[in-house]
Ligand binder design. Sequence first.
Ligand SMILES: *[C@@H]1O[C@H](CO)[C@@H](O)[C@H](O)[C@H]1NC(C)=O
Ligand SMILES: *[C@@H]1O[C@H](CO)[C@@H](O)[C@H](O)[C@H]1NC(C)=O
Ligand SMILES: *[C@@H]1O[C@H](CO)[C@@H](O)[C@H](O)[C@H]1NC(C)=O
Ligand SMILES: *[C@@H]1O[C@H](CO)[C@@H](O)[C@H](O)[C@H]1NC(C)=O
Ligand SMILES: *[C@@H]1O[C@H](CO)[C@@H](O)[C@H](O)[C@H]1NC(C)=O
Ligand SMILES: [Cu+2]
Length: 591
Amino acid sequence: MGNVVTTILGIIGAMTQQQTNGASLWGTLQAPTFPLFLTNNPLPNGFPWGSLTAAGSNPYTQAPNTGVIRSYDFTISRGTIAPDGYQKSVILINGQFPGPAIEANWGDTIQVTVNNQITGPEEGTSMHWHGLLQTGTPWMDGVPAVGQCPIAPGSSFTYQFQASLYGTTWYHSHYSAQYSGGLLGPLIIHGPSNANYDIDLGPVFLTDYYHTEYFQIVEDIMKPLTDGGNPKPASDNNLINGKMNFDCSTVAAGDTTPCTDGAGISKFKFTTGKTHRLRLINAGSEGIQRFSIDGHNLTVTANDFVPIQPYTTKVVTLGIGQRTDVLVTANAGNAQSAWWMRSNISAPCTEANQPNALAAIYYDKAVTTQAPTSTAWNVPDPGTCANDDLSLTVPYYSIAAATPSTTKTMVIDYIINATGSFLWTLDGTSARVNYNNPVLLLAEQGNLTYPEEWNVKNFGTNTTVRVVINNPSPAAHPMHLHGHNMQILSEGAGDWDGSSVGNANNPQRRDVQLVRAGGHFVMQYSLDNPGAWPFHCHIAWHVSGGLYSTFLERPADIAKDSGIPMVIQETCTNWKKYTNADVVDQIDSGV
Ligand SMILES: *[C@@H]1O[C@H](CO)[C@@H](O)[C@H](O)[C@H]1NC(C)=O
Ligand SMILES: *[C@@H]1O[C@H](CO)[C@@H](O)[C@H](O)[C@H]1NC(C)=O
Ligand SMILES: *[C@@H]1O[C@H](CO)[C@@H](O)[C@H](O)[C@H]1NC(C)=O
Ligand SMILES: *[C@@H]1O[C@H](CO)[C@@H](O)[C@H](O)[C@H]1NC(C)=O
Ligand SMILES: *[C@@H]1O[C@H](CO)[C@@H](O)[C@H](O)[C@H]1NC(C)=O
Ligand SMILES: [Cu+2]
């Protein structure tokens, strides 16, 4: 990477923000701090959660019902931008990459109309609200073939759901690996606090970045190995809030795509002496990120949607889909000082050609056209491809682990299928969903018999399900469960020993957990949310390759209460109409 990154060109930025990120302001000194909406949409007392607290209120049962609706309108369309200077066709939300912020208070209703204007070529789409529980609205979870049919090209769909938890998350397309093409953005929900800070700097997106279009990458990973199939594509760069410089001299010979050195990096303003909240989000396709700020400690206050007892560290590790809220106090230098923010893709865990992302942090009187000169912390990568030890992450609101009513062991592995493609398996099956037949709609009709390749697990009326994941495969996997926070009971090397459970009185909870290569993790959740909930690896290329399952929860209650609105069936009518006229090339698992 070398000097390209630290040249004056790369600090001032050789391209305009419009050229690199479209209409997005993320990464610029003009990006807003949070809360954003209070000025134009004030609430009676600023916030609606009254006497509810992070330590004393159950986040799963005590969400207020504010009656406030936060409405957004998203138009999804193709565009050409150059986030790191290398020109690329991407899919944008309202012309922006990363997409616009959705912001709400705990207990508000979020309403988002998604207009699918993807053309040349057309694609279906869907939008998933990562980590939100969707209690009572499983059809609003945004996963095609599970809760809805894809949103057909030219049509629109309005999602509406409660901001049931509070903290930091993101939304992203759940149609094939489409989010890797640009369809993602931040979702911030304000709620009770478990640590004091002065300034909320908002989202810090950490994303590995590929110069090849997502559709091409997915085609390549699904191909027979003997026909050029490549299940482990290497990323080309690493971005912070959608920006980074790139050394155009490394572009392959014969590639004539326009490429500009020094496109520009993200910049953040720190106010001297103040404490800043940064909402770290690994929204990449594959890479495990190791985030740090030269000269500064990070105080971790939440993982995913779960506030934890704060602890201090120099490096935070995030697998794909994971979020970590950190507090950083600007007390490391004088008001003129500037510092590098770094996010390194963990080399032992990931294929990456340029793994190290940089952004600049300027204290309030620093010259923002100069490169910081700070030195990186020396914290060697342990190479375990694992999250911080479970003993470090203690939820602020305690919930003990109940005795499970069933335990299901699932193995993550891979196969080479009969025609030579490398596919991932979860519990012996490489999944492939059917866009025309959402599981939730079939369950509503009482149909609980599905093709093997959908990989549906029916947990019936169990009260608590424990899932043991053993991973003899040669890769780490960030495993994500929809509709719930998982209680993480054990994580480590080798298969689970069948008994060890750490901190059973108050285990870490989160919605994505890394399982290391050759390792295991054990999780459980209570079946308090009838629905059809995806459980999958969040690496885009792995879930495309079949590392996916749908967990069916209390299907009798889905059939009985059948509140599924007619607009869901309508997504299928529209999709059927579209697919009758245009053959859809489902190149992967579909999700
Ligand atoms: C960072 O935290 C360590 C351990 O708590 C402490 O010794 C050190 O002084 C802190 N450094 C800064 C720059 O705040
Ligand atoms: C990140 O990479 C840089 C450049 O190789 C290195 O100096 C730094 O120590 C790394 N940081 C961490 C936390 O691994
Ligand atoms: C193997 O997997 C590829 C990719 O999903 C698929 O196109 C092909 O049909 C599969 N082969 C067989 C024999 O199922
Ligand atoms: C349930 O749905 C599946 C998938 O559409 C179908 O193959 C099966 O025949 C259905 N079963 C019943 C009993 O309708
Ligand atoms: C509990 O889950 C298991 C699968 O692990 C399933 O076989 C069983 O039928 C479920 N029990 C009930 C009561 O639904
Ligand atoms: Cu994976």
